[in-house]
Design a protein around this ligand. Structure first.
Ligand code: ADP
Length: 418
């Protein structure tokens, strides 16, 4: 069997009766620029080049022997590649905008931003797909309230799980026998699944206004693959060097440790011609209503072994009662403190330096965390929480940047209502 159509049936995953997870190494034969394989070395001369397999950049490349043998260039490989492009194009033809959500590090709120943007857009009446390609750490199902669900297969492909009538979710979690199972896969296998998500998910008859893709942290194989698949799927959206993705939202926390990695992410976007829709500064200070705070007596000097926040030191009820009696207006004030110090102009300065939009700050807001744990739409459930208005502003900016056309072809960037 030739490598260009190797299909592996994977057992042990839960697919309603006949569904089987398969992947093909054909993904390795696709390209970011020209026909370079997704897993090619830096400086790849391209599999169709006369130097393919022989150039210095080919040393150690997993495709070296295929390139030297000319199999990338064979009529069968070219036909397979064309077929793959057609399948990708057909699958995403009804999707107006594809948004990648990126971050340099894990834990900075990428999935939170992906999920809550999707929830907010769907609440405003847009038709939204949320695709979780963070294959080794999928948190989207929990955050969108559909954990433990399964996908079903119809004649049209995989039916995503609906978090609400306007929000379709697809994640590897829905395919696993056990939600907590560890996914230990190498790059090509992950890439194969990502392509399957893109080609086989049936996003519904009306298609999608927005497809939001939650990616793993960093810039890995998966990022290169997804950009390349989107280029193949949406060639009309490219401007020569351009990207099939409508754009990327880059999430960072304010401190230098996170921003250093985000700069790599911004350079990745530049290199792959993915437009940057903007930077979201997440966890920018802790903000809470005074009435939601807890208060503790400082018992740190005592030798009873308790930490300050142990129950024995809790005096929240006393303090709130005192405030209510003496200065009730304080209870509705917002208490704020910086958690991650920003340096060198912070994420806003970085946005200016890279000449990309700055979408705004989201404070650390315990209600945002709660909404993600509960799998609900934060802005709907907590309309007056400190992070609500900043999140709504980010959604407004996103809709302005990527307006959706009405059925009559008019741009509709006004907020939709049901
Ligand atoms: P990542 O996807 O970057 O790994 P997550 O979105 O999973 O990060 O966020 C990590 C944790 O932090 C989650 O529990 C999430 O709910 C929480 N979190 C993220 N942003 C905020 C915020 N602004 N306020 C409160 N909690 C947040």
């Amino acid at each position: 069997m030739t490598l260009d159509r190797l299909v592996v049936i994977e057992s042990g995953y839960r697919f309603n009766t006949s569904i089987r997870l398969y992947y093909s190494y054909i993904s390795c034969m696709s390209s970011l620029k020209g026909e370079n394989p997704s897993n090619a070395n830096e400086g790849c001369v391209g599999p169709t080049s006369q130097d393919a397999g022989k150039a210095s950049a080919c040393a150690g490349c997993p495709n070296q022997s295929a390139c030297s043998s000319g199999s990338f260039n064979s009529p069968a490989a070219i036909a397979a590649k064309e077929k793959e492009k057609t399948v990708l194009q057909n699958a995403l033809t009804n999707v107006s905008h594809v948004i990648l959500v990126l971050s340099g590090k894990g834990g900075v709120g990428k999935s939170t931003v992906s999920t809550q943007l999707a929830q907010s857009l769907s609440s405003r009446g847009y038709s939204v797909g949320l695709l979780d390609v963070d294959i080794c750490g999928p948190s989207i199902p929990r955050m969108s309230g559909v954990v433990g669900q399964t996908v079903h297969q119809s004649q049209q492909g995989w039916e995503p799980v609906y978090a609400n009538p306007n929000l379709a979710v697809m994640s590897i979690s829905f395919l696993l026998e056990e939600g907590d199972a560890a996914v230990v896969w190498r790059g090509p296998r992950k890439n194969g699944l990502i392509k399957q998500f893109l080609t086989e998910t049936d996003w519904g008859v009306g298609g999608l206004d927005y497809l939001i893709i939650d990616t793993p942290p960093g810039t890995s194989d998966e990022h290169i693959s997804i950009v390349q698949y989107l280029n193949d799927a949406r060639p009309m959206m490219t401007d020569g060097n351009g990207s099939g993705a409508s754009g990327a939202i880059v999430v960072t926390t304010p401190e230098e440790v996170s921003m250093a990695d985000v700069r790599k992410e911004l350079n990745f976007c530049k290199k792959t011609s993915v437009p940057v829709l903007g930077i979201v500064e997440n966890m920018s200070g802790l903000q809470m209503r005074v009435s939601d705070l807890s208060f503790f007596r400082d018992g740190s000097g005592s030798d009873n072994g308790d930490t300050i926040t142990s129950n024995s030191n809790d005096c929240t009820n006393d303090v709130l009662a005192l405030l209510k009696e003496k200065c009730p207006e304080v209870l509705s004030m917002v208490a704020a403190t910086d958690v991650f110090p920003s340096s060198g102009g912070g994420p806003r300065g970085m946005a200016e330096k890279f000449n990309v939009p700055y979408l705004g700050k989201l404070p650390l807001d315990p209600n945002l965390l709660k909404a993600c744990e509960e799998g609900t739409s934060f802005v709907d459930k907590y309309p007056s929480s400190p992070a609500t208005s900043p999140l709504n502003n980010i959604v407004d900016k996103l809709i302005l940047a990527l307006p959706v056309e009405d059925d009559d072809g008019e741009e509709n960037d006004a907020m939709k209502t049901d």
